[in-house]
Design a protein around this ligand. Structure first.
Ligand SMILES: C[S@@+](CC[C@H](N)C(=O)[O-])C[C@H]1O[C@@H](n2cnc3c(N)ncnc32)[C@H](O)[C@@H]1O
Length: 268
């Protein structure tokens, strides 16, 4: 989408997330770090700014990586990046044999693989990427989405960067939760549409995407089975003054806002 508040090109937000990630990590940034599901590489510049000297980024979307590289990463930093168009579940050849000391998985990506076996394989591969004692920091809303009530439908004013200039629009989202039979997990279905604030005409047609919701107690178990000790480090709003202020003023962060938590997983 071409919305002004689009997180993919929101440098201040990405910077604030890496600030939190650094604190949750709790150590100086290592020279080499791993960015699984790196998407538009928006976290690369702040990680490199904080002391990472080489970053290995992987994503399944070639389009995100290509657009992100040109829009989010200054050319002077390209030599510090290895960018791979690949599935994070098969990346051993891109990473050092002994594993990395720090990995960051941003944008609530943990919920992106909604197939249960795929989700478990995802966690296993994240664990395999870490050196013993290595840390994965990630953000995840998980079970904190209210299934119904006022938050089930949201709308906020936005600006759409159209071909003929900026258009005031309304960003409308709904969410619905359905259980995954026989498990404590569920699938959250979002719908999203963008309409012209003046005419009510659709600018971006309604479309849907899903996220896997795993309650913390089960997530801790799944991580333990992969050899990772998982801790919920707290809500982003409590960890980041930037998020707190933005939630208070604009409330436009969606899944990166109020219910989002940062987690720390240490390879045992
Ligand atoms: C919600 S986006 C977040 C992107 C980025 N981390 C951010 O915060 O902007 C999730 C990303 O994960 C990628 N992805 C999903 N499954 C993947 C997989 N199995 N291997 C690699 N990338 C994957 C998608 O292509 C998408 O770019």
């Amino acid at each position: 989408m071409r919305l002004r508040g689009e997180i993919h090109f929101d440098a201040a937000l990405s910077e604030a997330e890496i600030e939190v990630a650094g604190r949750v990590y709790g150590r100086p940034m290592p020279r080499l770090a791993y960015l699984p599901c790196g998407g538009t590489l928006r976290h690369a510049p702040p990680l490199l700014k904080r002391g990472v000297e080489h970053l290995v980024a992987v994503d399944l979307s070639r389009a995100s990586l290509t657009v992100g590289l040109t829009r989010n990463v200054p050319e002077a930093l390209w030599s510090k990046l290895s960018v791979h168009h690949a599935d994070v579940r098969s990346v051993s050849e891109f990473l050092p044999g002994g594993g990395v000391r720090f990995a960051f998985l941003g944008g609530n990506s943990l919920g992106d693989i909604t197939d249960i076996e795929g989700h478990v394989a995802f966690i296993t591969s994240l664990a395999a990427a870490l050196a013993p004692g290595g840390v994965l920091v990630f953000d995840y809303v998980g079970e904190r989405y209210p299934p119904d009530g006022a938050d089930a439908a949201t709308e906020w004013p936005e600006t759409y960067h159209g071909d003929d200039g900026d258009v005031p629009v309304v960003d409308r989202r709904t969410r619905q939760v359905r259980p995954v039979p026989g498990t404590a997990m569920s699938i959250l279905r979002f719908t999203s549409e963008v309409i012209d604030a003046q005419t009510g005409n659709p600018i971006v047609e309604e479309h849907a995407y899903d996220k896997l919701i795993v309650p913390d107690s089960l997530l801790i178990q799944q991580f333990a089975e992969a050899g990772l000790e998982l801790t919920n480090a707290g809500r982003v709003a409590d960890l980041s003054p930037y998020h707190r202020e933005r939630i208070r003023r604009r409330g436009d962060l969606g899944m990166l806002g109020k219910p989002d938590c940062f987690y720390r997983a240490v390879r045992i």
